[in-house]
Design a protein around this ligand. Structure first.
Ligand SMILES: C[S@@+](CC[C@H](N)C(=O)[O-])C[C@H]1O[C@@H](n2cnc3c(N)ncnc32)[C@H](O)[C@@H]1O
Length: 463
């Protein structure tokens, strides 16, 4: 069972209060969806499992977010003495927040999907930090305090290899620019974040022959940030293959501790595709590049089979006839894999993919292909049902199949079991399939963000 990530205490006590511009906050406005904030709500709501509490599970009713005319609930001084602070854009279900952990304080979060907002608040409380609305319509006046970190998991559709090729010029992935406009606004107001992190698919490295990656890096450099990129596959932490690109920038005022930097690219995080993309950076931008030195985590303990629910409530097991139909769609090679798994006698979980393959004289046929490599394929948002994963659970002679359950998708993202999921299966799958893997964020926080912020704070105290 995935455990809630424990935030590192490495930076505790290092954050003194340097004043933000909180007194200059403009009235919030232009948010499309809102509801009353419930003062008695806990700030973080991780105590209850959805299946035990129908009220907490009902995340598909009330609108969410701060009222347009509701005052911001945060105190003026937000660079606290003990806790680093952050703004979370494209927040979805708050998986970046889950990864940062309870030692971090969220000052502001935004997403334009009100359904995801309901889940966000079911998990993190309705304390007023979540603003539902299009990022293009936000103004920094709606955002309280001085964040240490600004996080942006901006949309991937235009950057993914299966996408339309629009890249950063696309309607969705182009939201990188309004996101950065907010960072620039914060800098102008004297509350620029020390650290900015963006996350997206690895297709960003090659989109428009590398020009989109160059544009992102140039944006960091021109705003005065040194930056470094990493490709991290979530399969180092959870049994899901999910490689993602992270670009982490640190403001030029911050002295980067030497231990956080490598002299050049290092495995496994600086992949050949990443190195090629970096080689394409113009010299003036490349000057600000940092090769982050990130430790490789210990070998992951959890196997795919460990995450499987015996009695899921979000999906049903296929009938024997349905499972037989699936097996009948397999080639002799794939059936041999099932046979081998059977002979093992223990519980083994495979992932089934349906593919159209050449089929001799008949032309093409749909085939079921199975993988028993203990890693689920990358979760994606379900479009028309085709991308929802089917699992095959083999325990000796017992072979069963079904769709992967909502809770299993959450576990594959590293979310703890008390994370409240939407009641509807597709909505839950959409939320988890769109997220950032929680332990990856924790790893970055522990090994990059927290040491950076700790060093910056120590320098400030010494001055
Ligand atoms: C890749 S997902 C990030 C999910 C999030 N990191 C998580 O862990 O759940 C991108 C998110 O951006 C949101 N989004 C897309 N376009 C937006 C826009 N114009 N303004 C605000 N949010 C937007 C989507 O609703 C989606 O939740």
């Amino acid at each position: 069972m995935p455990a809630r990530p424990a935030a590192s205490l490495a930076f505790r006590g290092l954050f003194s209060g340097d004043a933000g511009i909180a007194g200059q906050i403009e009235p919030p406005g232009r948010l499309s969806t809102a509801t009353q904030r419930v003062a008695s709500d806990p700030p973080r709501g991780h105590e209850t499992n959805v299946s035990n509490n129908p009220q907490r599970a009902a995340v598909d009713g009330a609108p969410v977010g701060r009222q347009p005319d509701e005052p911001i609930a945060h105190p003026p001084e937000t660079r606290s003495a003990h806790m680093p602070t952050f703004f979370e854009f494209f927040a979805g279900g708050g998986m970046a927040r889950a990864g940062l952990g309870e030692e971090w304080t969220c000052l502001f979060a935004n997403d334009f999907d009100s359904r995801k907002g309901q889940t966000y608040e079911a998990n993190w409380g309705s304390g007023g930090e979540l603003a539902i609305g299009d990022i293009r319509l936000l103004s920094t006046g709606q955002m309280p305090g001085h964040p240490d970190l600004v996080w942006g998991s901006f949309p991937c559709q235009d950057l993914s290899l299966a996408g339309n090729g629009a890249g950063l010029k696309g309607e969705r992935s182009g939201t990188f620019y309004p996101f950065w406009g907010i960072v620039e606004g914060l800098i102008r107001e004297g509350r620029g974040p020390r650290v900015v992190a963006v996350e997206n698919v690895c297709g960003t490295l090659t989109s428009h022959q590398g020009r989109d990656f160059q544009a992102i890096c140039r944006t960091f450099a021109e705003a005065g940030y040194r930056f470094g990129a990493l490709v991290i596959n979530a399969d180092l932490f959870v049994p899901q293959s999910r490689p993602r690109l992270f670009v982490i920038g640190v403001h030029g005022d911050v002295d980067i501790p030497p231990a956080l930097m490598a002299a050049g690219p290092t495995a496994p995080f600086h992949t050949s595709a990443l190195r090629r993309a970096v080689e394409g950076l113009p010299g003036g931008v490349r000057r600000d590049l940092v090769w982050w030195s990130l430790p490789t985590p210990e070998k992951r303990a959890a196997a795919f089979a460990d995450l499987i629910e015996d009695d899921p409530d979000s999906v049903s097991w296929h009938t024997q006839a349905e499972t037989k139909k699936l097996l009948d769609m397999m080639s002799p090679l794939n059936l041999a894999k099932v046979e081998e798994a059977r002979r093992e006698g223990r519980k083994i979980v495979g992932t089934v993919y349906k593919r159209t393959r050449p089929d001799g004289a008949r032309g093409k046929a749909q085939r079921a292909e199975v993988r028993f490599d203990d890693v689920a394929g990358c979760l994606r948002t379900p479009a028309g049902g085709s991308s929802r994963q089917v699992i095959l659970v083999v325990e000796g002679n017992r072979v069963r199949s079904r769709l992967i359950s909502a809770r299993e998708t959450a576990r594959l993202m590293g979310l703890a079991d008390d994370y409240v999921l939407p009641a509807r299966y597709n909505e839950a799958y959409h939320l988890t399939g769109d997220g950032v893997a929680v332990p990856v964020v924790r790893h970055l926080a522990q090994h990059i963000f927290e040491p950076l912020l700790g060093a910056a704070q120590a320098k400030q105290q010494a001055a």
